[in-house]
Design a protein. Structure first.
Length: 130
Protein backbone atom coordinates (compact mmCIF):
# COMPACT_ATOMS: atom_id res chain seq x y z
CA UNK A 1 0.00 0.00 0.00
CA UNK A 2 1.21 3.47 -0.82
CA UNK A 3 2.06 5.30 2.40
CA UNK A 4 2.79 8.68 0.82
CA UNK A 5 0.67 11.57 2.01
CA UNK A 6 -0.29 12.42 -1.57
CA UNK A 7 -3.83 11.44 -2.28
CA UNK A 8 -6.01 11.44 -5.35
CA UNK A 9 -9.11 13.61 -5.48
CA UNK A 10 -11.82 11.25 -4.30
CA UNK A 11 -15.52 12.09 -4.38
CA UNK A 12 -17.85 11.25 -1.50
CA UNK A 13 -19.36 8.38 -3.49
CA UNK A 14 -15.94 6.99 -4.40
CA UNK A 15 -14.99 7.27 -0.72
CA UNK A 16 -17.98 5.10 0.23
CA UNK A 17 -16.74 2.40 -2.14
CA UNK A 18 -13.16 2.71 -0.90
CA UNK A 19 -14.37 2.58 2.70
CA UNK A 20 -15.97 -0.86 2.30
CA UNK A 21 -12.82 -2.13 0.61
CA UNK A 22 -10.62 -0.84 3.45
CA UNK A 23 -12.65 -2.99 5.87
CA UNK A 24 -11.66 -6.26 4.19
CA UNK A 25 -9.81 -6.98 0.98
CA UNK A 26 -9.09 -8.31 -1.59
CA UNK A 27 -12.70 -8.18 -2.73
CA UNK A 28 -14.71 -8.70 -5.92
CA UNK A 29 -17.02 -6.08 -7.36
CA UNK A 30 -20.01 -8.28 -6.42
CA UNK A 31 -18.88 -8.32 -2.80
CA UNK A 32 -18.44 -4.52 -2.86
CA UNK A 33 -22.03 -4.15 -4.15
CA UNK A 34 -23.28 -6.54 -1.45
CA UNK A 35 -21.52 -4.56 1.32
CA UNK A 36 -22.73 -1.21 0.00
CA UNK A 37 -26.31 -2.48 -0.30
CA UNK A 38 -26.39 -3.06 3.45
CA UNK A 39 -26.80 0.74 3.87
CA UNK A 40 -28.56 1.87 0.68
CA UNK A 41 -29.31 0.48 -2.76
CA UNK A 42 -26.46 0.52 -5.25
CA UNK A 43 -26.54 -0.66 -8.87
CA UNK A 44 -23.85 -3.02 -10.16
CA UNK A 45 -22.96 -0.74 -13.08
CA UNK A 46 -22.55 2.29 -10.80
CA UNK A 47 -20.22 0.41 -8.48
CA UNK A 48 -18.18 -0.97 -11.40
CA UNK A 49 -17.85 2.55 -12.81
CA UNK A 50 -16.67 3.84 -9.43
CA UNK A 51 -14.19 0.95 -9.07
CA UNK A 52 -12.82 1.82 -12.50
CA UNK A 53 -12.42 5.47 -11.53
CA UNK A 54 -10.63 4.53 -8.30
CA UNK A 55 -8.26 2.28 -10.26
CA UNK A 56 -7.59 5.10 -12.74
CA UNK A 57 -6.91 7.49 -9.82
CA UNK A 58 -4.51 4.88 -8.39
CA UNK A 59 -6.51 4.58 -5.17
CA UNK A 60 -7.27 0.93 -5.94
CA UNK A 61 -5.36 -1.87 -7.55
CA UNK A 62 -6.66 -5.19 -8.80
CA UNK A 63 -5.59 -8.68 -9.64
CA UNK A 64 -7.41 -10.74 -12.20
CA UNK A 65 -8.22 -14.28 -11.07
CA UNK A 66 -9.92 -16.30 -13.79
CA UNK A 67 -13.00 -14.22 -14.69
CA UNK A 68 -13.00 -12.01 -11.59
CA UNK A 69 -11.13 -8.93 -10.50
CA UNK A 70 -9.99 -8.78 -6.88
CA UNK A 71 -9.66 -5.17 -5.70
CA UNK A 72 -7.36 -3.87 -2.98
CA UNK A 73 -6.52 -0.35 -1.76
CA UNK A 74 -3.32 1.32 -2.90
CA UNK A 75 -3.63 4.06 -0.30
CA UNK A 76 -3.95 3.48 3.44
CA UNK A 77 -7.04 4.80 5.16
CA UNK A 78 -4.91 6.53 7.81
CA UNK A 79 -2.81 8.31 5.19
CA UNK A 80 -5.87 9.42 3.23
CA UNK A 81 -7.65 10.65 6.36
CA UNK A 82 -4.56 12.50 7.58
CA UNK A 83 -4.12 14.31 4.27
CA UNK A 84 -7.84 15.11 4.03
CA UNK A 85 -7.93 16.44 7.61
CA UNK A 86 -4.85 18.59 7.04
CA UNK A 87 -6.38 19.97 3.85
CA UNK A 88 -9.69 20.73 5.61
CA UNK A 89 -8.06 22.51 8.56
CA UNK A 90 -5.79 24.43 6.21
CA UNK A 91 -8.63 25.62 3.97
CA UNK A 92 -11.17 26.53 6.63
CA UNK A 93 -9.10 27.43 9.68
CA UNK A 94 -5.78 28.68 8.27
CA UNK A 95 -4.09 25.52 9.53
CA UNK A 96 -5.08 26.09 13.17
CA UNK A 97 -7.03 23.48 15.09
CA UNK A 98 -8.07 25.61 18.09
CA UNK A 99 -10.64 27.71 16.14
CA UNK A 100 -12.22 24.51 14.81
CA UNK A 101 -12.53 22.96 18.27
CA UNK A 102 -13.78 26.29 19.67
CA UNK A 103 -16.45 26.35 16.98
CA UNK A 104 -17.68 22.92 18.05
CA UNK A 105 -17.51 23.87 21.73
CA UNK A 106 -19.43 27.11 21.17
CA UNK A 107 -22.23 25.25 19.42
CA UNK A 108 -22.49 22.55 22.09
CA UNK A 109 -21.41 19.94 19.54
CA UNK A 110 -18.83 18.34 21.84
CA UNK A 111 -19.94 15.53 24.09
CA UNK A 112 -18.34 14.73 27.43
CA UNK A 113 -16.69 11.77 25.69
CA UNK A 114 -15.26 14.08 22.99
CA UNK A 115 -13.80 16.39 25.63
CA UNK A 116 -12.29 13.48 27.55
CA UNK A 117 -10.69 12.17 24.35
CA UNK A 118 -9.29 15.62 23.54
CA UNK A 119 -7.83 15.90 27.03
CA UNK A 120 -6.18 12.49 26.64
CA UNK A 121 -4.72 13.49 23.28
CA UNK A 122 -3.32 16.71 24.73
CA UNK A 123 -1.86 14.90 27.74
CA UNK A 124 -0.27 12.29 25.47
CA UNK A 125 1.15 15.01 23.21
CA UNK A 126 2.61 16.83 26.23
CA UNK A 127 4.25 13.62 27.48
CA UNK A 128 5.70 12.86 24.06
CA UNK A 129 6.96 16.41 23.46
CA UNK A 130 8.37 17.47 26.83
Amino acid sequence: MNNKLSKPDITETEYEVLDVIWHDYPVTSSEVVKRLNQHKEWHDKTVKTLLGRLVKKQALGFEKQQRQYLYHPLIAREDYNKKETTSFVSRLFNGKIAPMVAGFANHNSLSKEDIDELKELIEQWEQDND
